[in-house]
Write a protein that binds this ligand. Sequence first.
Ligand SMILES: NC(=O)c1ccc[n+]([C@@H]2O[C@H](COP(=O)([O-])OP(=O)(O)OC[C@H]3O[C@@H](n4cnc5c(N)ncnc54)[C@H](O)[C@@H]3O)[C@@H](O)[C@H]2O)c1
Length: 388
Amino acid sequence: MKNSSYGRRRFIQHTGAAGLALGAGLRSDAQVPERKIKVGLIGCGSVSGQYLPNLKACPFVEMVSVCDIRSERAARRAEQFKVANQYPRIDVMLAGAPFELLVNLTDMQEHERLNREALAAGKNIWSEKPIANSLAAGQELLATAQQKRLRLWGAPTVVASPQFAFMAKQIAGGALGRVAAAHAHYGHEGPGWSSFFYEKGGGSLSDLGVYSLTTLTGLLGPAKAVTAMVSIVTPARKIEGKGRIEVTEEDNAMVLLDHGNGVISHLQSSFNYFNPHGHEGREETRHTINVVGREGWMGLAGYDWEPHGVDFATKAEPKRKRHAEDAHGYVWQGGASRAAECLATGRETPFTPEHALHVVEIITAARESHATGRRIDLTSTFKWPVIT
Ligand SMILES: NC(=O)c1ccc[n+]([C@@H]2O[C@H](COP(=O)([O-])OP(=O)(O)OC[C@H]3O[C@@H](n4cnc5c(N)ncnc54)[C@H](O)[C@@H]3O)[C@@H](O)[C@H]2O)c1
């Protein structure tokens, strides 16, 4: 996944500051936003290198602190991005320089515990996926946030792309006729820098499938039930600096979703797919999401986190045409900046914690379906349609 800044057009769009040279410190006083949100970031590994340039360029963010249990990583990011405070543990960070929004970029299995601790200390949260390890735990975190008048958000941000909006509008407007089915795929040979991806609570569904599941449910509505098969294709892996580890969470998955009203979708995700684009999947040109109805078809070119456009054909216009090629300032690593913008201005985000938790429920239900051989009914839902 590739680097990008906050998004020049996004700032201009929201401030009316046309012709502005964007970047921290480059604004004139007339365009200074309402207020800046003090941000603390925990987890200074791979993805922090994508988030920090975006946060530093965001006019609604003041970076206050960074934290990592590997203190050399916090020190490196503090120096690289000129962040004044660095900490080795969350309790020290929470007791240190004050901030309002925690950006949680730690191991997937750590999010729930750290999010809970930060909420208790009165912080708003932007969390990488997942917000929590189970639906019940996530709902408890959300209830705590609401009770304390705090906000809680979780990745991914795929519903914020103009390509998602285009697809959602075609479906809602009836351009595909009666929608029947959708298919999504996301895979590569798996990350090699951390073992948590392969341990319980990690897996290809939590790391990769989560994007497609957010798009499929965002387009077709909350799922009512799940049937799935999952497997471990590669039982042992080599991890940088760690050597050989045992794989204990699925690294290969096939999931079927029932969206009600006859609409069925399917996702496949894996850490065992040959892919010439590897982890840097932005060069992917295949359709990774396909939606089909009685009157039309749409294919999303590239991955939903950084799509290139939407190919579209209908009975009325069967010659395939590409639409929505412009990102309009959307970048996948912009979720924490959008959260800060929401706190500063009240402008709501299209992504919601309820949607993120619905996807957590789908992932845990998929594993339960495989383990029991049963179709699993889902209980959670979220505000849909996402785009109105
Ligand atoms: N790497 C990517 O391109 C990418 C892209 C999108 C999302 N993500 C998500 O971002 C999260 C982090 O992934 P990553 O690739 O950066 O992993 P990583 O292993 O490179 O970084 C995680 C960091 O968190 C630190 N950490 C773990 N537990 C901690 C704790 N209790 N307190 C403080 N620090 C702690 C680790 O020391 C490590 O430096 C995951 O949820 C992943 O799914 C990663």
